[in-house]
Design a binder for this molecule. Sequence first.
Ligand SMILES: *[C@@H]1O[C@H](CO)[C@@H](O)[C@H](O)[C@H]1NC(C)=O
Ligand SMILES: *[C@@H]1O[C@H](CO)[C@@H](O)[C@H](O)[C@H]1NC(C)=O
Ligand SMILES: *[C@@H]1O[C@H](CO)[C@@H](O)[C@H](O)[C@H]1NC(C)=O
Ligand SMILES: *[C@@H]1O[C@H](CO)[C@@H](O)[C@H](O)[C@H]1NC(C)=O
Ligand SMILES: *[C@@H]1O[C@H](CO)[C@@H](O)[C@H](O)[C@H]1NC(C)=O
Length: 377
Amino acid sequence: MRSFHLLYVLLHVACSTAASTPTSTQVLDGQTATLITFPTQPTDTGLKQIPDAAHPFIAPGPNDQRGPCPGMNTLANHGYIPRNGIATFEEITLAMVEAYNLEINFGAFLVAANMLLRGNPFVNKISIGGVSPLVPPLPGNIGSNVTGGLAKHGGFEGDGSITRADVHIGDNRNFQDLLYDLDLLYLGQFGDNGPDGNNTVFNVPTIIAIKRHNIQMNQAADPEFHFTPTRVAASFTEISFLLDVFANGTTKQASISTIGSFLRNQSFPQNWHRAAAPVTGEILGQTSSQLDAAIPIFAGHNDAQGNFVPDTPPPAPFDANPGCGFYYDLFANMPGGLANTTGIFKQNVDLLSSIVSAAVSGPPCDQPLLPFGPPDN
Ligand SMILES: *[C@@H]1O[C@H](CO)[C@@H](O)[C@H](O)[C@H]1NC(C)=O
Ligand SMILES: *[C@@H]1O[C@H](CO)[C@@H](O)[C@H](O)[C@H]1NC(C)=O
Ligand SMILES: *[C@@H]1O[C@H](CO)[C@@H](O)[C@H](O)[C@H]1NC(C)=O
Ligand SMILES: *[C@@H]1O[C@H](CO)[C@@H](O)[C@H](O)[C@H]1NC(C)=O
Ligand SMILES: *[C@@H]1O[C@H](CO)[C@@H](O)[C@H](O)[C@H]1NC(C)=O
């Protein structure tokens, strides 16, 4: 991840707000716009036991949305975001800050990118699972006639997950025991010793071995295996969450019982503490760069013969490095119609796009981008 330029975000927002006429209400296709705002960073950013008494685990009901991301499912199962799994930009950002002590600009980046890729930024709602009647299609069906949610393949959701199958060969939404059991074989081989026993604490060598195995296994098993630039970044970052976010904040240990609680039960462990200091994009970047160094993967896909071949590179300057490729790919997968909007809709798209740009752009690809992808992807 690149550095975060909050000042740039604020300036960009101030400019785009000044340039367009402020609109107090906007109704399109029977939907009423909700203006998205950047939430305020809470002052309390230290160690804290999570959950508090107000956030007990309650298993989801049949109509509650859950999806491919254990961290999101855990927030919903404890009511840090609405238990139905449909939430706003501000709700998810603040929940990640409170429960996981994610640094607010990094958290906001994750939610902003997903809202533009997989949510409805007009009404400010996204499903952490699949399609829901509570998240209408974008006005004018700018994306498609349904809004996908986090479980829709091709955004951050993609191939080579550590606990979900590839969409073309299995269940890409729910936890898969068999895949996790394979992961645990590498924990038994490379894990550190800890309170749960020998070789029970996840560390960098373990996550490298797991990730390498997931990629090799799925490249061989899934004829349509595709590791997009977004998926390369998402996949290495999400496994870094095990060490930097899910570890017990007091000991910094990601023990098998703690990780199992998040991944398998989608519940905070008993007596768990969030990280003692905000987890920034740089901290996660330091972990994921060790995966980058150990696993020589590039953005690519299987050809008809099952060989893994590189994707067509993006145009210059976005072909300069993987970070620039990721930046381009994010916006290339957001419906271009989002950029052709007015009023509150446009203000929301501009704010979310500027948050993504501030987080991911960097020399030589530092120009701001707006969504420019196909209607559906
Ligand atoms: C969405 O569009 C597809 C194909 O264009 C169509 O088959 C489907 O019925 C539509 N769904 C809704 C909810 O309108
Ligand atoms: C755990 O590891 C320690 C140090 O390597 C060793 O002394 C001990 O016998 C091991 N315990 C078990 C149960 O294998
Ligand atoms: C998962 O939940 C079950 C049932 O509450 C519990 O028995 C088990 O210990 C939990 N597993 C982990 C790893 O937390
Ligand atoms: C986290 O660490 C503290 C301090 O060692 C300990 O009391 C607590 O039980 C640990 N929690 C988990 C989930 O490991
Ligand atoms: C932009 O939106 C307007 C109004 O919906 C539409 O007429 C026009 O074709 C759109 N232009 C592009 C480039 O999508």
